[in-house]
Design a protein around this ligand. Sequence first.
Ligand code: SIN
Ligand code: MN
Length: 266
Amino acid sequence: MELTQKQIDDFHEQGWLFLPELFGPEEVALMKREAESIYSEHRPEVWREKNGAPRTAFAAHTYNETFRILGSHPRLVRPVEQIFGEQLYMHQFKINAKAAFTGEVWQWHQDYGTWKRDDGMPNPRAMNISVFLDEVMTINGPLLLVPKSHNAGDLKAGHDLETTSYPLWTLDNDTVTRLVDDGGIVAPTGKAGGVLMFHGNLVHGSSGNITPYPRKIVYLTLNAVSNHITKPTRPEFIAHQDFTPIEPVADDALVQHARSMKQAAE
Ligand code: SIN
Ligand code: MN
């Protein structure tokens, strides 16, 4: 899986790129099942909304075989290597639930704001790459992106410890308004299996989900090895300190794993 020059140019210009249906139905079904089973576990890596619904499950690539494979998948790793021109390690891995009826807001923010302030990441050379596990629609709390805002650099942010169960360095309304005047807002939508990559400084957020449709998304944050973090303040399961370069697995590794699990169950 290689990005075309046009895709790379689009990414640099807009700050994001959507790759529809990069994973097939068998791969998606496996990941959905495994995500739901992780949400049902009570472990420190699974964070809940204030109302108890799952919000995010961290570091599943370290304790779940399906997500271990996804975390080293060539369809995700190779495009980011192409953009950064070097090998990558996993800075963060999370499965965000945005549960039906109860999934809460993610306030406007830039991810690099948090990686820099909380983790001591030197430069915005880490990429968020998200894999849709459910269909993402305009109505079930899709990610809202402000195109071109990655060019605004590292913006002033305030530490919001109140709004949700997850502390976040968030942007004020005037800053968001100014950037939206220039770039507008897009909400990339698509079937489960689609992949959205976006720049660490791209301004984004999402609203709550009051529909019956869940919106699970896995996020890999792939950091250039030379840009590893230097001052971690968050637990290891949120900001990893293993900077070993990722060696991609075979392209069909998820399908093979799905089949071997099925055989074992028969
Ligand atoms: C994030 O910005 O880190 C998550 C947003 C979302 O899942 O809607
Ligand atoms: Mn974010």
